[in-house]
Design a protein around this ligand. Sequence first.
Ligand code: CP
Ligand code: NVA
Length: 314
Amino acid sequence: MKIPSVNTRHLLKVTDFSSEEIINLFSLAQSLKKAQKKGKKHHLLKGKVLGMIFEKSSTRTRVSFETGIYHLGGTGLFLGKNDLQIGRGEPISDTAAVLSRYLDGIMIRTFEHSKAEDFAKYGSIPVINGLTDDYHPCQALTDYFTMFEKLSKFKGTKLAYIGDGNNMAHSLMLCGAMLGVSVSIASPADYAPNKEITDEARSIAARNGSEIVITESIDEAAKNADVLYTDVWASMGQEDEAEKRAKSFDGYCISMDLIKRNAPEAYVMHCLPAHRGEEITAEVLDSDHSIIFDEAENRLHVQKAIMTVLMNSR
Ligand code: CP
Ligand code: NVA
């Protein structure tokens, strides 16, 4: 299997890769998926150890990374929020330096994005962002990989995101822009995506012939979309705001009516976990429009490719 080379040591944001590197990464993910389906051994990271730091809960990220490194011939070490001395005040700089002496890579899921950046700054091994308050690059890369499996193209396609301008919205905008996909985001005014990240996505999109639209109208966003995407109204760490958000986001929902009105052929995606009856109806989630479980499966294949390109030669 050909392992593409990349110019980055870390994956903190999708823009750490170039557009060409993302396409090459997808080819590797596709080969890894085929190999696994055929039961062919693919020990591209034999003997390597990935530390997985989780300061927030996870089902998909934890299980897909741990299974993935095992498929690649290595081992994953789960480090929950109470397992490390960081929780008792040991600085990230020391933790990162020490872990770099044992491990071959770190995956981190945390709150402030700056914490993931600090791991990269003070450690000497690859750091993979498994979700921060601002970004979720592994999920967005997987989503576009899944979209390509279904549509066989990026240029000229449109993804509409309905809901909170959060970590998912940010990573989907950036990655879409890099691949020439137009991305429309519909959020209530107070929950629009971050302005700087939007501007960054717009300037990347302009170079790749696509556009980024921010609106409050779910119909405007969804019009003629190839993919309709949504995520929870209150992310991890925002539990206290859940009630207030439920009011603000009322109507920001992917329903059969929205699909019929605007994009009758669209695929529907959700990073999961989902709240049926809030951001998406149960009818849509369980319908033929939904490719949500393909998307969840592909986390495994795409992250195996990410670990391989970042950890193989170190
Ligand atoms: N989509 C996603 O990252 O799921 P988990 O929170 O279960 O890891
Ligand atoms: N926006 C969600 C994504 C979960 C995968 C969160 O941060 O909780």
